[in-house]
Design a protein around this ligand. Structure first.
Ligand SMILES: Cc1cc2nc3c(=O)[nH]c(=O)nc-3n(C[C@H](O)[C@H](O)[C@H](O)COP(=O)(O)OP(=O)(O)OC[C@H]3O[C@@H](n4cnc5c(N)ncnc54)[C@H](O)[C@@H]3O)c2cc1C
Length: 414
């Protein structure tokens, strides 16, 4: 399409990045959000920009591993029991996707998206001078148990053969030397040196300012409540602030996307996967590496401006409560891995809904009913890592350019 006016609905990392790359191509962009730009799931996440995360959750053996977790009290993985046909169908599809061939296919697709997104971050942060505490020292995947540490060797070998990079294995002593805040009785870790981390709320605030400088009109507290369409094309989005007409529309509405099925002409199988985080100010002596405590599924992200601890995956629908027992799971994990270092005073408590899909891939495609509407949603646990790559892909597809990588794995009808 020749650049004209475009409305981007949803100001998370995906929508804001799409707005950025569309404006770069000469589109006149309006970005609307039902809340504030960058304040939903893209704010309080752990900020890992991790090309290493090529594997989806659905993989052979995932059901056998996850079922005992669901049944355990206070597990990082929880499903709130309820009769919800969409949730049942989501898990049935998830189970069907736990196949080696599909996992490999997904890993290739995610690898492409992750690599492109990392290039986008490099470009956006450098050219737009966004101060978001970027660090490029890598990420540690830490294990208490030697069997669990060893088990990752085959996945690491797969990544090396297929994608040409891999993690470095560290035993317990090497690990404690590298990161002295860690206990010296741990089995070891895998260090992915190519992973980065940022402070996501700062990145989003920076990107929002860049959009304003580029002339993108931002409308906050402005939900899309309807879409006027005619002859297979959308004409205008309805909001409480009035109608916004445009030539094209992008819906980057994260976990809310299934609720917009009447507008989009399809219901996508996206479920909110609730996660929590807590954030503290910088404390002298805090860890220096971002790290995932693998057995407890808890992540710590240190920045020069503070520290965040985050985790849990809860399928509880659109539940907005912050449950203290879920937050305790985060802090209870720390002494199993860290030594003298005392956890800081956490000032901010946060939850976000990861937009989960049953095959671990996002949907990045045109609506099946409306030829000028694109959907970009369902980025699972790696939306921060992939968001700018998706944003650029959306801009390329809408502008009729050949995409930088194969978008077919992300089609709606796959
Ligand atoms: C605890 C936790 C830790 C995480 N850590 C990481 C990590 O380290 N690395 C990583 O890559 N990913 C991580 N993630 C996942 C990542 O945060 C998400 O995948 C990503 O933020 C999704 O971005 P999004 O733009 O699709 O959605 P969102 O950021 O949720 O944005 C969607 C936007 O759409 C708006 N919207 C919805 N409906 C409407 C409507 N009708 N009208 C107008 N606006 C609407 C919402 O208000 C929202 O602002 C983590 C998630 C959690 C919960």
């Amino acid at each position: 399409m020749t650049p004209g006016r475009v409305i981007v609905v949803g100001g998370g990392v995906v929508g804001a990045s799409a707005a950025y790359y569309l404006s770069q191509r000469g589109w006149e962009v309006d970005l609307i959000d039902q809340g504030k730009v960058g304040e939903a799931c893209s704010a309080g996440n752990c900020g890992y920009i991790c090309p290493s995360h090529v594997f989806p959750l659905c993989r052979p053996g995932a059901i056998a591993k996850t079922l005992p977790l669901i049944l355990r009290r206070n597990s990082p993985f929880a499903v709130r029991p309820r009769l919800d046909l969409h949730l049942i169908s989501f898990f049935a599809r998830f189970a069907m996707n736990c196949r080696d061939d599909l996992m490999q296919e997904t890993s290739v697709a995610l690898h492409d998206l992750l690599q492109h997104a990392k290039d986008c971050y490099e470009q956006i942060i450098r050219e737009e001078r966004i101060d978001c505490d970027l660090e490029t020292r890598g990420c540690l995947f830490i294990y208490r148990d030697a069997h669990h540490l060893d088990a990752f060797a085959s996945e690491n070998e797969y990544i090396r053969r297929r994608f040409g990079f891999c993690a470095k294995r560290l035993d317990g002593r090497e690990l404690a030397r590298l990161e002295p805040t860690l206990r010296d009785d741990l089995a070891g870790a895998w260090l992915f040196e190519s992973d980065w981390h940022i402070r996501p709320d700062r990145f989003m605030a920076g990107l929002k300012s860049v959009l304003a400088r580029r002339g993108v009109k931002v409308h906050e507290d402005c939900p899309a409540i309807g879409l006027n369409a005619q002859n297979g094309r959308a004409l205008a989005v309805q909001t409480p602030q009035g109608m916004l007409a445009a030539d094209a529309f992008v819906f980057a509405t994260g976990a809310w996307t299934p609720r917009l099925k009447a507008m989009l002409g399809c219901r996508l199988p996206i479920e909110p996967g609730k996660g929590y985080s807590m954030t503290a100010d910088f404390t002298p002596g805090q860890p220096t590496y971002p790290m995932i405590f693998e057995e407890h599924r808890v992540a710590i992200t240190p920045w020069k401006s503070g520290l965040r601890i985050g985790s849990t995956m809860e399928f509880a629908g659109y539940d907005e409560s912050i449950r203290p027992e879920r937050l305790r799971l985060l802090t209870d994990a720390a002494p199993h891995y860290l030594r003298e270092w005392q956890l800081p005073q956490f000032k901010e408590q946060w939850f976000g809904w990861r937009p989960m899909t049953p095959d671990g891939r996002p949907y990045i495609d045109f609506s099946p009913k409306l030829s000028n509407v694109m959907i970009a949603a369902g980025h699972n646990m790696i939306g921060m890592s992939t968001g700018p790559g998706t944003g650029r892909l959306v801009a390329e597809m809408l502008s009729g350019e050949s995409p930088g990588f194969d978008p077919r794995p992300f089609r709606i009808g796959r």
